[in-house]
Design a protein around this ligand. Structure first.
Ligand SMILES: Cc1cc2nc3c(=O)[nH]c(=O)nc-3n(C[C@H](O)[C@H](O)[C@H](O)COP(=O)(O)OP(=O)(O)OC[C@H]3O[C@@H](n4cnc5c(N)ncnc54)[C@H](O)[C@@H]3O)c2cc1C
Length: 411
């Protein structure tokens, strides 16, 4: 697979995609130079625990790094921390770092991920607003989540609902404010959304969906929020989970094609063939979904970064997305495979038992599944979704029908 003309590869972004690509290059036998450039001071770490275990307990935060510190030197990887890439010159094949250092490359991977979308309306009042994207964000947030603290979460997406569950577990009085009519609306079906919201309410979380914020103020250094209908919230802290934006400035200024993400082809190449992109920052053609998308998911970042590493070395295997996301909230392990909403939903199992799968069908074919505490069926469920299987609804709904047999086409 290895193209021997490649002597140096630069990877911008020391997150999941950048770190995965680094390891994949070495695993594939590439022995040339690698500079892994990260603007963070921490060596590469995993983000999913930031809203879960690492937010709950500092000792868990100490365990989230992908590799031992020595791994990089032992594998002849130059890990550059606290010095971001500031400029990219595709014609000269050079990256300039903020420190002024210039690094030449034969191939370059941009894996700069996303940044949290800011709640400017509240920021401009002078009231503090917290976000959760990095380990530093997590460390800044944890001391506020003390028993009895009044916490308002703006945004009921996956990360918002995870933080709500964690803050609740830490004894905070949590209120979630969401403009959409239901929680996790972009990720799961209305029925599953209702199930998840009910679980939060059972734990004592207050949820305002379809809620318009009519006023944001800063009073004595703290945020005061007014919702339509006369509700006034005076929390100790506001956490905004209102989405993320791809970090594309470098690519844009270098003249690469950018449109809400760096546009890449099926081999992770940008509009410059020596520059690849992967992970949250890349917009790619999803064969599974039949459109160009950006995916902000852990499994996708690993798979696409591995594909990018191999493609930089000359492999011609196209990236094939297998959409899969998980979330942990209270005692719920939620796994979303494929689409979260279809035109028909078939429940397999009883939600009251907190163990069921909501299959999503489109024109009679399975296009997605949301499993609650059914991780043991992950593989057969993934097969059913990947093959867009057509199974008789009564059989699909029957928890006694062997799902492995259904997936393998046997009844
Ligand atoms: C709190 C949280 C919880 C999550 N939970 C889940 C979950 O339960 N399940 C799931 O499937 N996914 C989850 N995700 C999503 C998953 O973590 C991301 O999809 C994944 O981290 C994407 O990896 P990435 O490498 O593309 O981007 P990132 O992890 O964002 O890494 C990008 C890195 O590039 C750096 N960078 C940016 N610009 C520059 C520059 N100019 N120079 C150098 N470095 C730069 C950034 O600082 C960052 O370190 C979660 C994300 C967050 C934030």
């Amino acid at each position: 697979m290895i193209n021997n003309n490649i002597e140096n590869i630069v990877i911008i972004g020391g997150g999941l995609a950048g770190d995965t690509a680094t390891a994949a290059l070495r695993e594939a036998g590439y022995t040339g130079g690698i500079q892994l450039v990260s603007d963070e001071l921490h060596r590469p770490y995993d983000r999913p625990p930031l809203s879960k275990a690492a937010l709950l307990a500092p000792d868990e935060a100490a365990k989230i790094h992908f590799r031992a510190a020595e791994w990089y030197a032992e594998n002849n990887v130059e890990l550059i921390l606290g010095d971001g890439a500031a400029k990219l010159d595709p014609a000269a094949h050079q990256v300039t770092l903020r420190s002024g250092r210039v690094i030449g490359y034969d191939k370059l991977l941009i894996a700069t991920g996303t940044r949290a979308r800011r709640l400017r309306m509240l920021e401009t009042t002078g009231a503090p607003v917290f976000y959760l994207r990095s380990l530093d964000d997590c460390e800044a947030l944890r001391p506020l989540l003390v028993p009895g603290a009044k916490i308002v979460l703006i945004g009921a997406g996956v990360i918002g609902m995870e933080v709500a569950a964690t803050a609740n577990a830490l004894g905070c009085a949590v209120t979630v404010v969401e403009l959409a009519p239901r929680v996790m609306a972009r990720s799961v079906s209305p029925a599953v959304s209702g199930f998840i919201a009910d679980c939060h309410r059972e734990h004592g979380v207050t949820i305002h969906c379809g809620a318009k914020i009519t006023g944001m103020h800063c009073v004595n250094g703290r945020a005061v929020l007014e919702l339509e209908g006369g509700i006034r919230l005076e929390p100790d802290a506001v956490i905004a989970g209102i989405g993320a934006e791809p970090i594309t400035e470098l690519a844009q200024e270098a003249g690469l094609r950018v449109d809400d993400g760096i546009i890449i082809d099926r081999f992770t190449r940008t509009s410059d063939p020596d520059i690849h992109a992967a992970g949250d920052v890349a917009r790619f053609e999803s064969v599974a979904r039949g459109q160009h998308i950006r995916a902000e998911h852990w499994r996708h970042a690993i798979d696409q970064a591995t594909c990018a590493a191999h493609a930089m070395l000359g492999a011609d295997t196209a990236y094939e997305e297998r959409p899969w996301v998980w979330s942990d909230q209270y005692d719920l392990n939620i796994q979303i495979t494929g689409e979260g909403t279809g035109d028909t939903e078939i429940l397999r199992g009883d939600p009251a038992t907190k163990s069921f799968t909501a299959f999503q069908l489109r024109e009679g074919r399975i296009v997605g599944a949301i499993s609650i505490n059914q991780g043991k069926w992950k593989r057969p469920i993934a097969e059913l979704v990947h093959n867009q299987a057509r199974i008789e609804p009564a059989l699909l709904a029957d928890p006694n029908a062997d799902i492995k047999k259904l997936a393998s086409g046997m009844k």
